[in-house]
Design a protein around this ligand. Sequence first.
Ligand SMILES: Cc1cc2nc3c(=O)[nH]c(=O)nc-3n(C[C@H](O)[C@H](O)[C@H](O)COP(=O)(O)OP(=O)(O)OC[C@H]3O[C@@H](n4cnc5c(N)ncnc54)[C@H](O)[C@@H]3O)c2cc1C
Length: 423
Amino acid sequence: MTEVGTLLVVVGGGLSALVSVQLMIAFANSWAKVRADAEHKNLSLRLLRNKMEAMKVLHKEYEQSKRYSWTGYRKFRVDVKKELSDVTSCYFRPHDGKKLPPFKPGQFLTFQFKLPDEDKPLIRCYSLSDKPNDEYYRISVKKILPPRDKPELPSGKSSTYINEVLKSDEIIDVKIASGNFYLETREHSPIVLIGGGIGVTPVYSMLRTLAAEDSEREVWFFYGLRNKTEQLYSEELKEIARTHPNMHICLCYSNPEPDDKEGEDYQYAERVSVDLFKRVLHVNNYVFYICGPPPMMNSLVSDLEAWDVPSEHVRFEAFGPASVKKTRAKKKDDAASQESFAVKFSRSGKECQWTGEEDSILELATANDIGLAMSCGIGNCGTCMVALKKGTVDYPAKPGFDFDAGTCLPCIARPTGPVEIDG
Ligand SMILES: Cc1cc2nc3c(=O)[nH]c(=O)nc-3n(C[C@H](O)[C@H](O)[C@H](O)COP(=O)(O)OP(=O)(O)OC[C@H]3O[C@@H](n4cnc5c(N)ncnc54)[C@H](O)[C@@H]3O)c2cc1C
């Protein structure tokens, strides 16, 4: 072959190699593009499917709420289960045999108990302590003893009745679930659930619900109690910890017994505190849900504030009149309202001065030794309803109880000027 011929063969070979490489690159590029497009389409489809699933769930919940909801009181058959010597769980199934509307974990039920020796029915609120389902509602109730400094007083009426008198198969009147302390399970933010003593019930319902939904959310569950003798839901908690690595169960025993094993029965031999959170969580960007006895709630709420947790990330509920003094809100209020009004309690013949220091007319009455009837302390049950003889009041949030015209709910009412109430 001539030199020119050889050159042509080399150039031709080189060219065809170049073309092949370019073809391969073009093929690889278009293949990568096809794959990327396909992945993108798959992702969009998955997102769409998830959205549709979420909408289906929402729609089902809405339909169930609409179909099975009720107003006023509905009759329920109770099943009683002793949990501890002083705590009883009650399972309520609708007497009409129909299904139940869903509730939001953290909400509570309002009950009307007809006690054997009482003329008037007793109205009390109890948090739902299980996950929502359409068959039963569960509550867990601790018997309340008289205050330590007044042992001569009787123990709590309804909690003693539930723990010692109420039998399975009895029929009880129940209002639909309500309350603003609840968890939106469709959100994804990491959360810290904190329960102290019997205050564990609403936050346990939140944990149970997330576990039942196999949520992948980061959850920390701190349960403060003295030792194992006081612990509720032990087996269920172990199961949740075993099956959900994203749900961290932290049992905090303030006074462990010699038999209680650290690392097995409990994780921390101390009270639940923000110091503990700093050691365990390290960072503060969680949403905190708290329910427990007043001293625990007071210290946690103010220490979380000192740890720079924004107030909208600290949600809490007290089992009674507002027990947490919200310093931030108060400071704001104090600056805004310097006004002072007379509040007259006509039955007790006392007149007190409203300065904005107390959160409600009930708190003002209690601070001045005026006994007003009350139960929930959050404007939901109507036990405190009393005639408003003069003046007007307002409410920090819409009361859950539909009170009569000319009356008010002192447990959350605040006067807007001089008032007289029939208390
Ligand atoms: C939203 C909400 C959710 C709740 N969830 C739960 C829950 O899940 N589990 C739970 O166990 N509780 C819960 N509670 C608390 C519950 O509603 C009751 O307040 C609690 O059971 C006490 O009611 P009682 O009728 O037994 O006590 P009461 O009869 O109201 O007595 C309360 C206290 O007053 C004392 N006392 C009695 N007579 C007098 C007197 N003459 N003078 C002064 N003191 C007296 C009693 O000894 C007792 O210590 C919740 C409360 C609310 C508001």
